[in-house]
Design a binder for this molecule. Structure first.
Ligand code: HH2
Length: 278
């Protein structure tokens, strides 16, 4: 999932792709580099961000989504606002990525269900303005997991098909560096929720804290985090820059295929050996 921020203030690329033309060109470049879909957002959710009005958000994202959908690019809209999601789906978006997991507006679930869209439900503690103020959990993995379980249940009860739900532990959204690392390290514990896991590690500050690198120099760290997430069961990777993660995952997949072939071959061999004396 390639990120297209049509915002003046996103934490790593704010202001770069604000106009419709620039945003569409950037999205096409992400697809060209190997993204399977793009996530178009018109409101920054970085720590401390002030909310944007629905009108402003709509003005930013609607023309971009319309143009990309006309070009056949699969689009996700990154929003928590019902009117924005509605306009985006009508303009051709196929996903709603709601960082509030339908808590900001519960009617979002019915909208997604009506359109048969896919939705990503993410964990966030509080709201962007205050989420980094002393985040505490009993056990970050269990707490985030039970939140996602509840939100999945809510979405399904509202009519969203279970197979249309993707879950995301929300790295960086109300978590300390240690809590982000814990979520990443124990990501395999989310697999039994039974839904594909999306991971949004791209350029986030916990990677900066670990590597000492500024936001413009976190691509290798991003690819490493995504690779570790892949190894623990993540299926979708939300990134600003597609190439490094795509390559890292291609290598990991090649290895996994080879391991699969070897296991199948060894199974055949042991069966053969076992069958021999019989
Ligand atoms: N992270 C950001 C925004 N949306 N959605 C999901 N599902 N998961 C994430 O981890 C996630 C997200 C923050 O990144 P970015 O869009 O680059 O920054 P900003 O919110 O400042 O625009």
């Amino acid at each position: 999932m390639g990120i297209v921020n049509v915002t003046p203030d996103s934490f790593s690329d704010g202001g770069r792709t604000v106009g419709c033309q620039a945003a569409v060109a950037h999205a096409c470049a992400l697809i060209e580099a190997g993204a399977d879909l793009v996530d178009v957002g018109g409101e920054s959710t970085r720590p401390g961000a002030e909310p944007v009005s629905a009108d402003d958000e709509l003005r930013r994202v609607a023309p971009v989504i319309e143009r990309l959908s006309a070009l056949g690019v699969p689009v996700s809209v990154d929003t928590s606002k019902l009117v924005v999601a509605k306009a985006a789906l009508e303009a051709g978006a196929v996903w709603v990525n709601d960082v509030t997991a339908f808590l900001a507006d519960p009617r979002m679930a019915e909208l997604v269900a009506e359109h048969g869209a896919t939705c990503c439900l993410m964990h966030m503690r509080g709201e962007p303005r205050t989420m980094q103020l002393d985040p505490r959990y009993d056990d970050v993995v269990s707490d985030v997991k039970s939140f996602l379980e509840d939100r999945l249940e809510f979405a399904v009860a509202a009519g969203v098909a279970e197979e249309c739900v993707v879950l995301d532990p929300g790295l960086g959204f109300g978590k300390t560096v240690t809590q982000n690392l814990e979520l990443l390290r124990r990501l395999d514990e989310f697999v039994d929720l039974g839904r594909p896991l999306l991971i949004g590690a791209s350029r986030k500050s916990f990677l900066g804290a670990v590597t000492g690198r500024g936001v413009a120099h976190r691509e290798a760290a991003t690819a490493a985090a995504n690779l570790l997430a892949f190894e623990r069961g993540a299926k979708i990777f939300r990134v600003h820059h597609v190439g490094p993660t795509r390559d890292a995952l291609t290598v990991a997949s090649a290895l996994r295929c080879q391991t699969g072939h070897r296991k199948a071959r060894d199974r055949g061999r042991s069966l053969h050996t076992f069958a021999g004396p019989l």
